[in-house]
Design a protein around this ligand. Structure first.
Ligand code: GLV
Length: 331
């Protein structure tokens, strides 16, 4: 066996990007389309120093305990709620994610979902495909406008700001946002963006777009109470994480037309989808693909590989989440 470090690529990715790892490491890959069950992941991690994951692998304290040789966990996702970063830090395991490279692609998709919900794209297509379209009428699938409407952004990080730019500069929307911290005035000014309290955002938004990371504090941040504050004509788009929205409460609100429509790319307990959401027509459902353009998925994978190579060869990983682990290693 060679004395190169050993890494596991736990989710299938582009072959030429895996080749970059082979120049430095002994590499084992998952060639299937599915993630491995936890016991298999742990078994395959034995003797490995690094792992490339996506948002689908759970890296928690029991896994870390069972894989004592692990030194680096690099995810190709920007969200890292599947990784217990403090537990990794405690064990001296470097963690990195993949921010920035997916911002514009994800914002494009969020905007597309919002527009699809507002203009009833999915339900009208369903009607046509299923042969239900018999005649034209003046109100048939009449929805709401995007241009000139009030865009409410919950979570004004990089992706939230990219959506705000599209709304303001492309569609003349009035931009409101709620975030733990306010943007600097020079960031707000070009977007004419205004910070408001969360309840105010819910009351005023014509189109609410949710882009907050998942954490215990954002669990069910939008539930029955919050939905009841929204306009009956409003739409809700979630491209953040399942669990930020209470899907059961949302399904009820959509069924009762308490809000007009929703666009959802993420779900609680995905790939399972709440049956109530599958039963209503005024929702556009996509399988967690907001960052899925080929160039962006390549950029995300390359960034995870850059991090993995740097972490295990004495370099500086470009997007480490706990860089203090490396300084501790060097001392
Ligand atoms: C996708 O959901 C990501 O976090 O990159």
């Amino acid at each position: 066996m060679s004395d190169k470090p050993r890494v596991l690529v736990a989710r299938k990715t582009f072959p030429d990007i895996v080749e970059r790892l082979r120049a430095h490491f002994e590499v084992e890959t998952n060639e299937g389309e599915e993630s491995w069950p936890q016991e298999e992941l742990i078994r395959r991690l034995q003797g490995k120093q690094g792992v490339y994951v996506a948002g689908t692998e759970k890296i928690d304290a029991p896994l870390l305990k069972a894989c004592p040789e692990l030194k680096a966990v690099c995810t190709m996702a920007v969200g890292y709620n599947n990784i217990d970063v403090p537990a990794c830090t405690l064990r001296g395991v470097l963690v990195s994610n993949a921010p920035d490279v997916l911002t514009e692609t994800t914002a494009d998709f969020g905007f597309a979902l919002m527009m699809a919900a507002a203009r009833r794209l999915a339900e009208s297509e369903h009607c046509l495909r299923s042969g239900e379209w018999k005649q034209w009428s003046v109100t048939m699938f009449a929805g709401s406008d995007i241009h000139g409407a009030t865009l409410g952004i919950l979570g004004m990080g990089r992706i939230g700001q990219a959506i705000a730019r599209r709304g303001r500069l492309g569609f003349g929307m009035n931009v409101l946002y709620h975030n733990r911290s306010r943007l600097a005035p020079e960031q707000e000014a070009p977007l004419a963006a205004r910070w408001v309290e969360k309840d105010e955002l819910l009351r005023q938004a014509d189109h609410l777009v949710i882009v907050v990371p998942y954490s215990p504090s954002s669990h069910h941040m939008v539930g029955a109470r919050e939905l009841s504050l929204m306009k009956p004509s409003a739409t809700l788009t979630n491209i953040a994480r399942g669990g930020v929205v209470d899907d059961a409460a949302l399904a009820e609100a959509l069924a009762a037309n308490r809000i007009a429509a929703a666009g959802l790319d993420v779900f609680e307990g995905e790939p399972a989808v709440h049956p109530g959401l599958l039963a209503v027509r005024n929702v556009v459902l996509t399988p967690h693909i907001a960052s899925a353009s080929i160039p962006t998925r390549r950029a995300m994978s390359n960034l995870a590989v850059d991090n993995l190579i740097a972490a295990l060869t004495g370099g500086t990983p470009p997007t480490a989440l706990n860089p203090e682990v490396l300084s501790a290693r060097r001392h």
